[in-house]
Write a new protein. Structure first.
Lengths: 501, 765
């Protein structure tokens, strides 16, 4: 089985990618043995992929190719155009789609305010999640969001972030001391692991704050009493957590993040803001120390827990138990048997005989129509415009007319030595002014002579009449007067009878 | 707010709302376009077509109790009924509105208002029977093959339009040839995949392929191009110009045809297109349904695949795509006639209702084209006679249940209507009287040199005069009776002896040369295939008639009354061969095309029967292959690819039809010059084909042909067209045959003043 996992971002420090990777490992631990395709490179938001993504159609092609060789498509977001392309191609190739939406993605979606976001991303998200056979969300609010998009309730599953509880596990006091030494942390006193983005100043407090940041090597500078440490990998991260005594989840931390889950798995008591998160995750209020949102509540709560060893032990046990029950990969492995379930579920058969047009053919027809339309527009506007006009519009026909403007008044007879007076006209139906060389000749039984010849300038679309007054030559009893025009090669003529001397 | 109590219902409401407006908007927009008279390319014509024809067709389609009739049958019958309704409404407005002070009842406003009122009343009257169409359309399931062949056939239509336009603009013929390739390919794919296709798709392919073939001809030229269409356009213009139709507008039989007077005027008022394009586009859109009718008839008798083969035989017959586009009155008449024939087979409908339909359709045919209605009534009468005689013998002593949609009452009533309508236009009945007189004379053995055009392809061994004999006959007919004038004319003939011009073939192509290197002469090949195909069709008709009696599977499939109809059709064609005087006014090939509506299934049965020596399975394959080969050859695709055959108008800017019938901008400019410079009462001489075209631009009398003997002591203007000026050739029509001879242009140069010259045209005085 091949599962195409598409992540919205790319990078070792990405929590989401970490989650994805862990999901992958969890999957491998399950009964299935899938091949995972980390398809984050498809996303153009990643700087490293900008170059690759420049040709949008090419990326689209890659998406289609990847989806085609996969059995299941697993998306990590629902609003990027890559996600839309994945769902489109999954629809095209009849592949089941699973979507896992992290809180980040859901919050980004909820906070969308721009017209572009509302007009494009919102409907796109709705379409994408409706197309999925299963939508996994991290919290109840996201679940409601999905339901509001019209996803069937049975398809939405509430699923927390998942962690490796074998790596993130409680340690004894001895081990904790050893870990503090190993990582240059204060051995004496209490260390409080702070889960927020910006820890509050704690210069006067009886404990030291620790903040863990993801970084590659080195140790970021500290801020006052806060010790900032950098984790280089999962095991390092676990050891830093295990070195602490307490985990603080301030109200600014948002929901129950992966960091909180890691801390709980390490058996750290949790001091948390009393907010919706507790209800959302169904946490037991007695297993946590909750504080009010206002002012000094946090400091008081931390002090109380640090002072009360019995309560701390009870809370530590609760943390570990909760992580085992809710955040364990063991559960993930079971959940991700979903892949197998989804893959083995009979998809709607592709109707090719009489049951209807297959989606592939419908889409091909649409794409062919698009190509034809684009081609036609290109033809009409591009270098082939002339050919297009030739095929679709009447082209002007360019020609010349030569005629006698008064055909009924042409001379019919002329006396000897008399003059022939008449006029001829040239109409220019070309696209540019023309210079017409005309000659007037007289012909009779005794030969032909040229009576007049010159150039006549005629503008495009114009008719010019030219009067002629020539002496009649004595060439026979019947004289033929001919007017010829070059370069068109046209001529008109009339016959005159005359008395021959 | 949760999705279940607020969000979803709101979304559902919004969804239902946004589904509605596009339809409403389109209808409103189309209505505004038509009523306001604002012309927007493509949109206004489409909206106008929906207004004038789409609405009545829709009403008939959705408010008729069709029982279990197939959808293809419902559609073609609805289209035919829609046309009749438009004719009735137009005629009623034309006759009644003058009584309420509307002097020009066929102007835009009266036509729009009267049609709208009529459609609303029709809807109101039949609203209780309405059965919505949308659920039916939604229930339609199509496979990818349906999509493929549909796209292919629509590509054929599009390419044929492009091909014709390119030729009109002086570009090459590749697109036009490609359109034929698409047509053949669409038919071939449909035949191969017929079991995976919905029957509606096959009908759609037949329609689109037929339309592509028609557009190839009809869209040639930016003006009116063709033979009969020139005069058809003239009577149409007369009706449109005075905003009123009357027998007195133009005193000839054409004017009695409502299909080329009232119908195009109504379409013109709704769509606002240029006059010629009413014929060039809209009439072809309607006539293409006749191919579907032929398919529907065949599908009642044969399997889906063989029915398609029959439809291919129908559209492959050259008259369908070379001449019918120039015979607009007959296009409508053929469609109505085909529906009359179809009624013989739709036994799902009760007989009394079929007879009502028959009366309506035959009446429509009478008002549409006099000659077609004569032939139709004749065929129906003979078929009825045979039916009565045979069934009386067979069912003696038993109670007879009426089965035929033709009753004596219908025949008599429509016959009287035909006579009454013809009496309105003296010319129509005069045509009939002249023809009947000619028949009597021919039966008495005094037919002279009369010979049906196309009779050379006949199986019947009629002795035909040669082309030179016909030309000599024509020359003799031009000599004046008076002795002195006759002597001068004979002197001209001696000075400029008329000689037939050799036929000019297309140059042999590279593929043709390769074939010739293998020992196959392409000109011989093309000629052989053509002449053989004509005879083969006749053999297959006869074989089919016999085969449907002999073969058990067809004996039960073909109802007796339809068989009699086929026999009557064969007799009608045979009569034209045996009595050529009939075909001079009608045309043998047109008669055969009309008969093919009935005979195409028998052609197919004949081909399957004769190919039965290959085995039953291969027989069907061979029949399909034969139809495709004939289509490739007769449409001109094969000659175009190989060369060595006269050029066809649909694929080249040369050839007999191009020389004769193609109206170029130069020709129109010359005609307009003549209109501006000729004095009132002057006359103009030209070849007969050109004369019809000139009549649309110049209000001058026609002085006759331009053969030199007719121009001795000549006073009128003489108009020479493309063929005379460029090729030095002229064409005359003798006994329904075109004769091309070398035209002595020097005769005019020495005896008349050349007063106008353009590269393609000259005018002498």
């Amino acid at each position: 089985m091949i599962v195409l996992q598409v992540t919205p971002a790319y990078g070792q420090s990405s929590t989401v990618l970490g989650s994805t990777a862990s999901q992958g490992r969890g999957l491998v631990r399950g009964s299935a043995t899938p091949v995972l395709l980390q398809a984050a490179y498809l996303d153009g938001d990643v700087p490293a992929n900008k170059e690759r993504q420049r040709g949008g159609l090419r990326t689209l092609w890659v998406v289609f190719a990847e989806v085609r060789r996969s059995d299941i498509v697993h998306l990590q977001d629902a609003t990027s155009w890559v996600a839309v392309a994945c769902v489109l191609s999954a629809w095209f190739y009849q592949r089941p789609t699973i979507i896992t939406l992290s809180r980040d993605a859901a919050v980004r979606s909820r906070r969308r305010r721009s017209w572009r976001g509302r007009l494009l991303a919102g409907p796109a998200e709705g379409w994408v999640v409706r197309a999925a056979v299963r939508v996994e969300v991290a919290d109840p609010r996201t679940r409601d969001q999905m339901l509001a998009h019209g996803v069937e309730p049975a398809r939405v599953a509430l699923l927390g972030e998942e962690i490796d509880i074998e790596v993130f596990r409680p340690v004894s006091d001895v081990e904790r001391t050893e870990l503090r030494r190993r990582h240059d942390l204060p051995v004496g006193g209490s260390l409080v692991l702070f889960g927020g983005v910006k820890p509050p100043p704690a210069a006067s407090r009886s404990y030291r704050q620790v903040q863990v940041r993801h970084a590659v090597g080195g140790r970021p500078p500290g801020e006052g009493s806060t010790i900032v440490v950098a984790a280089t990998d999962q095991r390092h991260l676990a050891e830093l957590y295990q070195a602490c005594d307490l985990y603080v989840r301030p109200e600014s931390a948002g929901d129950l993040t992966v960091a909180a889950q890691h801390a709980m798995a390490c058996g750290l008591p949790v001091v948390s803001a009393d907010d919706l998160c507790v209800e959302d995750y169904g946490l037991d209020r007695s297993g946590l120390r909750l504080y009010e949102r206002s002012g000094e509540g946090l400091e008081t709560a931390v002090d109380e827990v640090l002072r009360d060893g019995v309560a701390r032990a009870r809370m530590a046990a609760y943390s570990r138990r909760t992580s085992q029950e809710q955040f364990s990969w063991t559960r993930n492995a079971v959940t991700y048997c979903l892949y197998e379930n989804v893959a083995t579920r009979p998809m709607p058969a592709e109707p090719v005989e009489r049951g209807g047009v297959s989606r592939q053919h419908l889409l091909r027809a649409v794409m062919a129509a698009l190509v034809v339309t684009v081609g036609l527009v290109e033809v009409i506007r591009g270098p082939l415009a002339h050919q297009a006009a030739l095929s679709l519009r009447r082209q002007p026909e360019r020609y010349t007319e030569l005629f006698f403007p008064r055909p009924l008044r042409l001379p019919t007879e002329v006396s000897a030595g008399g003059h022939l007076t008449f006029s001829f006209a040239v109409s220019n139906h070309g696209d540019a002014a023309g210079s017409y060389r005309y000659t007037v000749t007289e012909s009779g039984a005794r030969g032909t002579i040229q009576a007049e010849g010159s150039d006549l300038q005629v503008a495009a679309g114009q008719t010019v009449e030219h009067p002629v007054d020539i002496p009649a030559a004595s060439l026979g009893s019947v004289l033929t007067v001919r007017v010829s025009v070059a370069p068109s090669g046209l001529s008109v003529a009339f016959h005159v009878s005359q008395a021959d001397r | 707010v949760t999705a279940t109590d607020h969000g979803v219902p709101v979304r559902a409401r919004l969804a239902s709302l946004y589904r509605l407006p596009p339809i409403v908007l389109i209808i409103v927009f189309g209505f505004v376009l038509v009523v306001s008279g604002v012309y927007v390319d493509y949109l206004t014509p489409v909206a106008g077509l929906v207004g004038v024809l789409g609405v009545p067709v829709y009403i008939v389609l959705t408010t008729t109790d069709w029982r279990s009739a197939y959808w293809r049958e419902r559609v073609v019958l609805s289209v035919a009924a829609g046309i009749v309704l438009v004719l009735v409404v137009g005629l009623a407005a034309n006759l009644l509105l003058p009584f309420v002070g509307v002097a020009r009842p066929l102007d835009r406003a009266p036509v729009l208002y009267s049609s709208s009122v009529a459609w609303v009343l029709l809807w109101w009257r039949r609203r209780s029977r309405w059965s919505p169409l949308l659920p039916v359309l939604r229930a339609v399931t199509v496979s990818r093959y349906d999509v493929s062949v549909t796209v292919l056939s629509l590509a054929a239509v599009l390419t044929s339009i492009i091909g014709a336009n390119r030729l009109n603009n002086g570009a090459g013929s590749a697109a036009a040839a490609l359109a034929l390739v698409f047509v053949v390919e669409a038919f071939a794919v449909t035949l191969l995949r017929r079991r995976r296709l919905a029957s509606g798709t096959t009908a759609l392919v037949v329609y689109a392929a037929g339309l592509a073939l028609l557009f190839q001809t009809s869209l040639r030229g930016w003006f009116v191009t063709g033979h009969d269409i020139q005069h058809e356009y003239y009577v149409f213009q007369q009706t449109a110009a005075v905003g009123h139709w009357s027998f007195a507008n133009v005193h000839d039989a054409y004017n009695a045809c409502l299909s080329i007077t009232v119908l195009p005027t109504m379409i013109l008022r709704f769509t606002g297109v240029d006059g010629p394009y009413v014929y060039k586009v809209f009439f072809q859109l309607l006539f293409a349904f006749s191919a579907v009718t032929a398919y529907a008839i065949a599908a009642r008798l044969l399997s889906q695949g063989l029915a398609l083969v029959a439809a291919i035989f129908f559209v492959a017959f050259p008259t369908f795509f070379t001449d019918m586009a120039f015979l607009n009155r007959q296009e409508i008449a053929f469609l109505l006639t085909g529906c009359c024939y179809l009624l013989f087979l739709i036994d799902d409908l009760p007989v009394h209702r079929r007879r009502t339909w028959m009366a309506v359709l035959v009446s429509g045919t009478i008002a549409t084209h006099y000659s077609t209605s004569y032939l139709l009534l004749g065929v129906l009468a003979v078929a009825k006679f045979l039916d009565v005689v045979v069934r009386r013998q067979k069912e003696r002593g038993r109670v007879r249940v009426p089965r035929s949609p033709v009753s004596i009452v219908v025949l008599v009533t429509t016959g009287l209507l035909c006579f009454w309508w013809g009496s309105g236009s003296a010319q129509s009945n005069r045509h009939l009287a002249d023809t009947l007189g000619g028949v009597v004379a021919a039966l008495g053995g005094s037919a002279g040199n009369s010979r049906a055009a196309g009779a050379s392809y006949s199986l019947i061994g009629v002795k035909n005069p040669s082309q030179q004999q016909l030309l000599d006959s024509y020359v003799r007919s031009t000599l004046p009776a008076a002795a002195s004038a006759r002597a001068a004319a004979e002197q001209v003939v001696r000075a400029y002896p008329p000689r037939l011009a050799p036929a000019t073939n297309l140059p042999t192509t590279a593929l043709g040369r390769k074939l010739e290197s293998l020992g196959v002469e392409v000109s011989v090949l093309n000629n052989t295939v053509r002449s053989l195909s004509a005879r083969l069709l006749q053999v297959l008709v006869l074989a089919g008639l016999v085969g449907s009696l002999v073969l058990r599977r067809y004996r039960s499939a073909v109802p007796a009354e339809f068989y009699f109809l086929a026999v009557a059709s064969v007799l009608s064609v045979g009569a034209q061969v045996a009595l050529p005087v009939i075909s001079e006014d009608y045309g043998l090939l047109r008669a055969f095309q009309q008969a093919l509506l009935v005979l195409a299934p028998f052609v197919t049965i004949g081909s399957v029967w004769l190919a039965g020596v290959l085995g039953r399975r291969l027989a069907s394959v061979a029949s399909g292959a034969l139809s495709l080969v004939l289509l490739s050859s007769l449409t001109g695709l094969m000659p175009q690819v190989l060369g060595g055959y006269p050029a066809q108008l649909t694929l080249n800017n040369s050839g007999q039809y191009y020389n004769l019938f193609y109206s170029s901008p130069q020709e129109v400019a010359a005609a307009r010059w003549l209109a501006a410079h000729a004095p009132a009462g002057a006359t103009v001489a030209s070849n007969s084909a050109l004369a019809e075209a000139l009549a649309n631009y110049v209000n001058l009398g026609y002085a006759g042909d331009i053969f030199p003997t007719l121009l001795v002591d000549h006073g009128p203007f003489v108009f020479l067209g493309y063929a005379e000026v460029h090729l030095g050739q002229a064409v005359v029509t003798e006994s329904g045959n075109f004769l091309t001879y070398n035209y002595p242009i020097q005769f005019l140069d020495t005896s008349l003043n050349l007063v106008y010259a353009s590269p393609d045209d000259r005018i002498y005085l």
